[in-house]
Design a protein around this ligand. Structure first.
Ligand SMILES: Nc1ncnc2c1ncn2[C@@H]1O[C@H](COP(=O)(O)OP(=O)(O)O)[C@@H](O)[C@H]1O
Ligand SMILES: [Mg+2]
Length: 364
């Protein structure tokens, strides 16, 4: 029998065993339980590509679904408001009385195709229609969790959603808004004057997962297929991941497939697995991350390469031939993008795994 590889190195794929992240999940679920006004009911997950944002949104929506919450899940885009309305109706169907259902359907048919700007007086607003449904759901003590992935303030409907949500909160409705986005995109949102409300939302940075959690998730995933792994192989693979979710799946996937017909995964399998994982990390994460950087930001990173570990800001400024003030502007931008991090006073280091190696390979 050919065993199926249990690892999930694909964007948005829920892993068999989630490593770490318990605290974030618990905070948000407790916020839902706690009632209107709990600050966790407006939360933003912030992290670079591959840090596990989409998977966390799914996990939290599923967990909330086991309690009294239905969810409407969208990716930021034009049309997201219609989609939220549709999903709320569909997922709340069993709680919406038949009469209200036809009424809502009529209203919806009426509203569809109208952009927010073009709405006529007769078309009830999105906010009004949502409030009506939420009131019906509230009779059954059902709350609504709205998740928005890949936030981007270029979408007017996202701004509109955040503003309406603020009213829902004031009206003490059973509703929560959980958003996720890249560090640069969330920063743009915080700077948007139209929705200063979001600055008060809880922010969770999806940092590296502790290696001990990685170890146990890797091990459980392998054992779930009836195989085993040697301790040195497990330790090598877990350390290699640096706690970066995408790498956990990549390294697991590739070491698992080295000799799938053998019951036990050995050190050599881990080493070969790491080789392949690195290639995919380049193609699926680092190529895009580096492409998103401005030329100056890239030069800053290249100026970090001569240092074996952390880099002094003064050395970077020297190598770039810019003033300390200019260099620290770049520094701030890169920190916000989740690419580097502060390392003691006046020093920085790479925070995205394998980025240094990637830049060495391509830019030296
Ligand atoms: N907590 C976790 N433990 C193990 N693997 C994870 C975890 N979170 C995400 N992953 C894996 O990491 C990869 C990226 O997850 P995803 O949610 O798509 O990231 P993002 O949305 O931030 O780009 C997927 O392969 C997923 O299976
Ligand atoms: Mg995602």
């Amino acid at each position: 029998m050919v065993l199926q590889n249990p690892f999930t190195p694909a964007f948005g794929s829920e892993p068999l065993f989630l490593a770490g992240r318990e605290q974030i999940i618990e905070d948000i679920l407790r916020g839902l339980e706690n009632g209107p006004g709990d600050p966790n009911r407006a939360t933003i997950l912030i992290g670079p590509r591959g840090s596990g944002k989409t998977v966390l949104l799914t996990k939290i929506a599923n967990e909330a679904g086991k309690a009294n919450w239905i969810s409407a899940r969208v990716t930021a885009s034009e049309g997201m408001l219609d989609s939220i309305l549709e999903q709320t109706q569909k997922n709340g169907k069993e709680f919406l009385p038949a009469k209200a259902k036809t009424r809502l359907k009529e209203m919806h048919a009426f509203g569809i195709g109208f952009s927010i700007e073009a709405k006529t007086e007769k078309t009830p607003s999105w906010r009004f229609r949502m409030a009506e449904i939420m009131e019906l759901l509230a009779e059954y003590r059902i709350g609504l969790l709205i998740t928005v992935d890949e936030i981007d303030v270029r979408h007017d409907e996202l701004i509109s959603l955040v503003r309406d949500f603020q009213h829902f909160v004031t009206e003490k409705r059973e509703v929560a808004l959980l958003m996720a986005g890249l560090p640069g995109k969330t920063l743009q949102m915080f700077q948007d004057k139209n929705i200063s409300f979001v600055r008060r939302a809880f922010q969770h940075q999806l940092n590296a997962i502790p290696i001990s959690d990685v170890t146990s998730a890797l091990k459980k995933t392998i054992m779930a297929t009836g195989r085993t792994i040697d301790d040195d192989a497990l330790e090598t693979a877990a350390n290699y991941s640096r706690g970066f979710p995408f790498l956990i799946q990549l390294v697991g996937y590739h070491m698992w497939r080295q000799s799938p017909d053998k019951k036990n995964i050995k050190y050599n399998d881990a080493v070969s697995g790491i080789d392949s994982a690195g290639e995919y990390m380049d193609r699926m994460i680092l190529d895009t991350t580096v492409k998103d950087l401005s030329e100056k930001d890239l030069l800053f990173l290249i100026a970090m390469l001569p240092d074996a570990d952390e880099s002094r800001m003064s050395s970077i400024a020297n190598r770039m031939n810019v003033t300390a003030a200019t260099a620290s502007q770049y520094r701030l931008r890169l920190i916000r993008q989740g690419v580097i991090e502060e390392y003691g006073r006046g020093k920085v280091q790479f925070s995205m795994p394998l980025l240094r190696e990637y830049l060495q390979k391509h830019y030296l």
